[in-house]
Design a protein. Sequence first.
Length: 77
Amino acid sequence: MQTTITSKGQVTIPKPVRDALHLSAGDRVEFLVEPDGTIKVIPVTASVTELKGIVPPPERTMSLEEMDQAIADGAGG
């Protein structure tokens, strides 16, 4: 599939690609450049604000010292 870049740097995503990614007008996509030069187009399906409440609050809060110790323990320290 090919598309043309406009003078403003815009492209139309071909319909088969939009259909495969379930994209419609107003949706957002992210472009990822891989080390080998290939490009991936990833649909952005949720905003950060939509994710609020997905992770339950902790049972208790931790002090900075406890967090530092947990990080050190996780790092093999």
